[in-house]
Design a protein around this ligand. Sequence first.
Ligand SMILES: CC(C)(COP(=O)(O)OP(=O)(O)OC[C@H]1O[C@@H](n2cnc3c(N)ncnc32)[C@H](O)[C@@H]1OP(=O)(O)O)[C@@H](O)C(=O)NCCC(=O)NCCS
Length: 205
Amino acid sequence: MHPLLLDIPEHFETERLLLRRYRAGDGAWYAAMSQRNKTHLARYESGNPVIGIHTEEEAEVVVRGLAAAWAARSAFFLGAFRKDTGAFAAQIYIGVVNWDLRELELGYFADAAQEGRGYVTEAALAALDFAFRHLGAHRVRLECDDTNARSRRVAERCGMIQEGHIRENLKHADGSLSGTLHYGMLRREWDWPFLGPEAEEERPR
Ligand SMILES: CC(C)(COP(=O)(O)OP(=O)(O)OC[C@H]1O[C@@H](n2cnc3c(N)ncnc32)[C@H](O)[C@@H]1OP(=O)(O)O)[C@@H](O)C(=O)NCCC(=O)NCCS
C-alpha cells in the first residue's frame, strides 16, 4: 500500500504518557525545550535541529516541518508528554529507511529534566507497536554510539537485538573516538501481546 493511503492514529497513550504528532502552534514550548536541552543533546544528537533553535519562530518552522513530514509519511516525529503534569518528557522519531521492505528506524531523546524515569523506554515501546501494527514494519533498526550507555539500555529493554558494531567511526568535538552499535528488531520478534488481546490477534504466525 502507498504510505499516503495509510490510516494511522495521530496520538496514543501509554500508562503514563500521551504521545502525539507535532502541529502548528507547538513552537513556543518547543523553543523553551530546545534551550534547556542543547547541552544534553550536544554529544549524542549533535545533528538534531533542536540544537540550532534560537527563537520561537525558528522552533515553529521546525515543528511545522516535522508535521509536514508526518503528513507526507516520510518520517514520524512524536512528542511524549506526561499525563500527570503535561510536561514534555521525550521525543520519538520513526524514520522510513526503505518503504518497499518496510524497514523503519527508531530514534529518541529524553528531556533533560525527565531523564531516568523510564519515560523513553515506555514511549519507545509504544513507538515500536505503532511501527509494527500501524505502519506494517518488517524491521525496525536503531543506531547508537557505543559510549551511550543510557541509549543502549533503552534499546535492550525494548528487546532490540544487537546486530553489529562498527568500531571508532565517530569523532566527537573533544577529539575522542567512539563506535556505532546497530540494533534491530524483526516483525516476528515484536512482543505482540504487549498491548493486550487486540494486538495478539494481529500477531503474524
Ligand atoms: C538516551 C536517553 C534517551 C535515555 O534516557 P533515559 O531517561 O535513561 O531512559 P528511560 O526514560 O527509559 O529511563 C530509564 C531509566 O529510568 C529508571 N527508572 C526510574 N523510574 C522508573 C520507572 N518508574 N519505570 C521505569 N524506569 C524507571 C530505570 O531504572 C532506568 O535507569 P537505568 O538506565 O539506569 O537502569 C537519554 O539519556 C538522552 O536523551 N540522551 C541524549 C540524547 C541521546 O543520546 N539520544 C539517543 C541517541 S541513539
